[in-house]
Design a protein around this ligand. Structure first.
Ligand code: FRU
Length: 489
């Protein structure tokens, strides 16, 4: 069924594009933000996304759609949802973010219908069903949830539904009145027996001035006996873009107790992640690799509009908990199917002069480093990516300051900035994985205990990849570098 609706291969025009990633998902044309409705349904992975097919700016939200057999090779499908009802048809609103669950062989999609009415935001929760994952029908009784909890302010959106303790639950992002005129962030919990009637259970996360003014795109799932709550806070005092909490959930009383709070990714561009279960039962997460203009470090959405597209999704990442109850994110193993030519070195000696590595076309590759702190006598490494002469994005591993950083000050046409990620080194070892893909860089430290994700906009000629250490000498235990093919190839 799905096969006959798959769009033809993306046009060959993409070949001239400089910034379009090859193995990260981008929309064929137009604007894209959050991933939505992620689900494995009847043998296919479905990826929906916030989409404006008409141009490269955010407006009138649709749900774009792609399918895959392995979460890596994506095929474009016709648009799934259009803002065409009186409750969602608004150029400044539309079909906002949401999720999908399966019940009795039917796909239930929940989304926020967003409208402005007389200058006020009106956000309600709506339902769409589909039997085949191709045709979508908006429920005649929409909106399902139109009122907000008492005290809740207008922003009230991004339903994520899941089954637990014999019932259905929904988390929703919102905000309540507070001394801060922008409000105080909340994650609200609703309960249902049948997916149609929903009862409010209470707020399971309250910012109280510490976590942000509005919690976008919340998610709640069980992992190794703990309940993980994630959300994307607006105006987090420490600029956390994608927050996670590890804790316990009491569904009976609608109460969540937090044991640990952390950052899913400290990079410039990792927002609105959503999780789902893959066909093997792993918890997998995909995020929008951009940010909004209200974020203090965001200047604009990058120059890719000149190529007719805007917005990238991170590669799917498996979510796990380490021994210290920290949430770790690491690319799914399926990504290995895109690895092409691989070079591997043991006891690789690094010196003050740049050593060039030449991975494939120099734009799309992965690089893995196993570091033994004792052998890295200089305690400092610089990896230059997407470089040309003096220009490059620089990943620095500083074992004295205990910081890994990504600096795009010397190589990015569009935006500058450096992101520092403080690290702890355990047992004298450090493992690094870098995913480079035309205009995106993802850095995973110690199997995803720390992640740094950022967009970068090099010039076309910037294809050099090098490594050096400015002082003394350094030996890297093992270095592996593979060029990557694109998912449409
Ligand atoms: C997050 C978000 C959501 C909203 C959507 C609109 O990036 O602001 O809260 O549903 O984008 O496109």
């Amino acid at each position: 069924m799905i096969n006959q609706y798959i769009a033809n291969k993306r046009s060959e025009d993409c070949a001239d594009e400089n910034w379009r990633p090859k193995y990260h998902f981008t929309a064929p044309t137009g604007w894209m933000n959050d991933p939505n409705g992620l689900i494995y349904f009847k043998g296919w992975y479905h990826l929906f996304y916030q989409y404006n097919p008409k141009h490269c700016d955010w407006a009138s939200m649709h749900w774009g759609h792609a399918v895959s057999k392995d979460m890596v090779h994506w095929k474009d499908m016709p648009i799934a949802l259009k803002p065409d009802k009186e409750y969602d048809n608004d150029p400044e609103g539309g079909c906002f973010s949401g999720c999908a669950v399966e019940k009795d062989g039917v796909l239930y999609i929940f989304y926020t219908a967003s409208m402005s009415r007389e200058g006020r935001l009106c956000q309600t929760q709506c339902l769409v069903t589909s039997k085949d994952g191709v045709h979508f029908e908006k429920y005649a009784g929409n909106p399902l949830i139109s009122g907000r909890p008492v005290d809740a302010l207008e922003p009230f959106r991004d339903p994520k539904v899941f089954a637990a303790a014999g019932k259905w639950y929904m988390v929703l992002g919102g905000s309540v009145k507070s001394r801060n005129p922008e409000g105080d962030g909340r994650v609200f919990l609703y309960e249902s027996e049948n997916l149609y009637e929903w009862d409010y259970k209470g707020a399971i996360l309250e910012s109280k001035g510490k976590l942000g003014t509005m919690m976008e795109c919340p998610d709640l799932f069980e992992l190794e006996g703990k309940w993980i709550l994630t959300c994307s806070p607006m105006n987090h005092p420490e600029y956390n873009k994608a927050l996670y909490c590890v804790g316990n959930m009491d569904f009976e009383n609608g109460q969540y107790t937090i044991e640990k709070i952390g950052n899913l990714d400290v990079g410039f561009d990792y927002y609105a992640p959503q999780s789902f279960q893959d066909e093997h039962g792993n918890r997998v997460m995909i995020a929008w690799q951009n940010g909004w203009l209200w974020m203090p470090w965001c200047e604009d959405f990058g120059p890719t509009g000149t190529e007719g597209w805007r917005g990238t999704l991170s590669v799917p990442r498996v979510v796990s908990l380490n021994g210290e109850n920290e949430v770790c994110l690491y690319p799914v193993s399926e990504l290995a199917s895109l690895e092409a030519e691989t070079k591997q070195y043991c006891n690789y000696a690094v010196a003050a002069q740049k050593q060039y590595l030449y991975p494939g076309d120099g734009k799309s590759y992965r690089m893995e480093l196993w570091i033994d702190v004792e052998k890295l006598r200089s305690r400092y490494l610089e990896i230059g990516i997407l470089g040309e002469g003096d220009k490059a994005m620089v990943v620095a591993v500083d074992l004295v300051q205990k910081v890994v950083s990504l600096d795009k000050g010397q190589g990015d046409l569009f935006g500058r900035g450096r992101m520092n990620c403080p690290i702890e080194v355990r047992n004298g070892k450090l493992k690094l994985l870098l995913l480079v893909d035309c205009s995106t860089v993802e850095i995973y430290i110690d199997e995803g205990r720390y992640c740094i994700t950022s967009n970068v906009y090099p010039e076309k000629k910037q294809t050099e990849c090098w490594i050096r250490t400015p002082y003394k000498d350094a030996v890297i235990d093992k270095l592996k570098i593979s060029s990557m093919t694109g998912f449409c190839e």
